[in-house]
Design a protein around this ligand. Structure first.
Ligand SMILES: Nc1nc2c(ncn2[C@@H]2O[C@H](COP(=O)(O)OP(=O)(O)O)[C@@H](O)[C@H]2O)c(=O)[nH]1
Ligand SMILES: [Mg+2]
Length: 445
C-alpha cells in the first residue's frame, strides 16, 4: 500500500461498502442534538468530525490544496464547533425587545409588555424551541430603572459572556426625538466590552414600523404601499443621521415589525415583517461557529439558511474537485461519499428540521435512482477520461465536483426551499448538466 492510501486509514475501504456506510453515517450524524457547552463538539457530529479530519489528513498530502484545507476548517467550525449565537438587546422599555425575541424564534418565549423588574440584574438566558436555540440577553430599558448602578449591571452581563452581536432597538415613532442620550449610553456600553477581540458588531433595529403613517393600513406586507415605504425610509435616514453624528459609526439599520398575538402555542395574528433581512444582518455579524445554529433558530431566516447551506455545498464541491483531480491511488468514492453525506447532514441540520434518520433516508429513497445512476455514470466517465494523458486528472476532478454540486443543489432545493421531490430531482439533473460555478473548481495557484 502506498503512503497516501495508508494516510486516509478509515477511508480506505472498498467502494462497494461505502454507500451503506455513508448512509448509516449520515443517520448518526444528524441525530437530535443538545448543545449545552461551547467547547465539546456535540455528540452527533463525531462522525462528521472524523470525516473532516480524515479529509484534512488526505488533503495535506496533495500539493496546492491549502485553499480547500482552509475551507474545510471553516466547515469544521460551522458543523462540529457549532454553538448557539449570543445576542444582546438594548433599548428603552417598550421598544419591543421581548417581542423581537419572540418574533425571531416564532414562539411566545418572553413576556411582552411586562414592566421590568428593576431589582433583578440582567442575565443571559437560553431561548429554545425544539432544538433551535439562541443565547439571549434581554436588558432592562436603560432609562427605566433610573438606578445609577443599572448601566454597570448591564456591562457586567455583557462582559460575563461577550455577545456576538448587539441589537440596538428604537421605536419607529421615536427615531427623531431624544435619541442622543440613548446612543451615548449605547456607545459607553459597547466600549465597556471592547477587548482583545475588538468592538462587538452592532445592528440598529427600528421597531413597530406599523405605527408609522399611513396608519389606516397597518398590517404588513408593505411592498405595494409606497407611502408606508417612504415613511420607513425617512425613519431610517433620520436615525442613520443621528447614529453617525453621535457615535461616528456607520451601522446597519433594519426596520421591522414584530407584533404577534398568541393563543396558547400559536400566533393568531402575525404581523412580522422584514425579519429575514434582520436575520441576515445578524448572520453577517456572527462568527462561523454560530452561523448554523442561527440559521436554524431564526424562524423567518430563509435567506440565511440558504446561504449557510450553499456554503456547505460550495466547500464540499471544491474539496471533491481536488480529490477527483488528484492522481493519488485512492478510491475517489471512498472519500467522496462520506464527504457528500456530511454535506447532506449539514443541509438537513441547517434547515432547522426536527431531526432523526427519517429526513435523510426519505430523501435518499426519493432521489435514489437518479443519484445512483449519476454516480455510476460519473465513475464510467471519470475512468474513461483518466486514460487521456494530461487532461484526464483535471476533468475527473470536474466530474467529481459536478456530482457533489448536483447532490447539494438538489438537497438545498428540497430541504431549504421546500421544493418537491420531483422538482429536486429535476434540479439534480439540471445542476449535473450545467456543473458547478467555475470559482469552485479552480486549482490553487
Ligand atoms: N404596534 C406594534 N406594537 C408592538 C410591536 N412589537 C411589540 N409591540 C408592543 O409593544 C409593547 C412593548 O413590547 P415589549 O416587547 O414588551 O418591549 P420591551 O419592553 O422592550 O421588552 C407591547 O405592548 C407589544 O405588544 C410592533 O411591531 N408593533
Ligand atoms: Mg421586555
Amino acid at each position: 500500500m502506498t503512503e497516501a492510501t495508508g494516510s486516509v486509514g478509515r477511508l480506505n475501504i472498498p467502494a462497494v461498502c461505502v454507500r451503506s456506510l455513508a448512509v448509516s453515517q449520515a443517520r448518526r450524524t444528524i441525530a437530535p442534538t443538545s448543545m449545552a457547552s461551547d467547547q465539546s463538539p456535540p455528540p452527533d457530529t463525531r462522525d462528521a468530525a472524523q470525516t473532516l479530519d480524515d479529509l484534512e489528513e488526505l488533503l495535506k498530502r496533495i500539493p496546492g490544496a491549502q485553499k480547500v484545507i482552509n475551507e474545510l476548517r471553516d466547515l469544521r467550525a460551522l458543523l462540529v464547533g457549532r454553538r448557539a449565537p449570543r445576542v444582546a438587546v438594548l433599548g428603552r422599555r417598550g421598544s419591543g425587545k421581548s417581542s423581537l425575541g419572540n418574533a425571531l424564534l416564532g414562539r411566545e418565549l418572553l413576556t411582552v409588555g411586562a414592566v421590568e423588574d428593576t431589582t433583578v440584574a440582567p442575565t443571559w438566558i437560553d431561548l429554545a424551541v425544539q432544538g433551535r436555540q439562541v443565547r439571549w440577553l434581554d436588558t432592562p430599558g436603560l432609562r427605566a430603572g433610573a438606578r445609577p448602578e443599572r448601566r454597570e449591571e448591564i456591562a457586567r452581563a455583557l462582559q460575563a459572556e461577550r455577545p456576538d452581536v448587539l441589537l440596538w432597538l428604537f421605536k419607529a415613532s421615536q427615531v427623531d426625538a431624544g435619541v442622543d442620550e440613548d446612543l451615548a449610553e449605547l456607545v459607553v456600553l459597547r466600549a465597556a466590552i471592547t477587548g482583545v477581540d475588538g468592538p462587538v458588531p452592532v445592528v440598529v433595529v427600528i421597531t413597530k414600523v406599523d405605527e408609522l403613517p399611513p396608519t389606516e393600513r397597518r398590517a404588513p406586507p408593505y411592498d405595494c404601499d409606497t407611502a408606508k415605504r417612504a415613511a420607513i425610509q425617512r425613519a431610517r435616514d433620520a436615525l442613520r443621521g443621528h447614529v453617525q453624528r453621535v457615535t461616528g459609526l456607520e451601522l446597519p439599520i433594519v426596520a421591522v415589525c414584530t407584533w404577534q398575538r398568541f393563543v396558547e402555542e400559536s400566533a393568531v395574528t402575525d404581523w412580522r415583517w422584514n425579519l429575514d433581512a434582520l436575520a441576515m444582518e445578524i448572520h453577517q455579524a456572527l462568527p462561523v461557529s454560530a452561523q448554523i445554529e442561527a440559521a436554524r433558530a431564526f424562524e423567518r431566516a430563509r435567506t440565511v439558511r440558504r446561504k449557510v447551506a450553499m456554503r456547505l455545498v460550495g466547500t464540499a464541491t471544491s474539496v471533491s474537485f481536488v480529490v477527483g483531480a488528484t492522481p493519488l491511488p485512492i478510491a475517489d468514492l471512498a472519500v467522496l461519499i462520506p464527504l457528500q453525506s456530511t454535506m447532506l447532514a449539514g443541509i438537513v441540520y441547517a434547515s432547522g428540521r426536527s431531526l432523526g434518520p427519517r429526513a435523510v433516508s426519505e430523501w435518499l429513497a426519493v432521489m435514489g435512482a437518479t443519484v445512483g445512476a449519476g454516480v455510476g455514470l460519473r465513475e464510467a466517465v471519470r475512468a474513461a477520461l483518466k486514460l487521456i494523458p494530461g487532461v484526464g486528472a483535471t476533468i475527473s476532478g470536474a466530474v467529481a465536483a459536478t456530482g457533489t454540486w448536483a447532490l447539494g443543489v438538489a438537497a438545498v432545493r428540497y430541504f431549504i426551499d421546500g421544493a418537491s421531490a420531483i422538482e429536486a430531482r429535476a434540479d439534480f439533473v439540471a445542476a449535473a448538466a450545467e456543473g458547478p460555478p467555475p470559482d469552485l473548481t479552480k486549482p490553487d495557484e
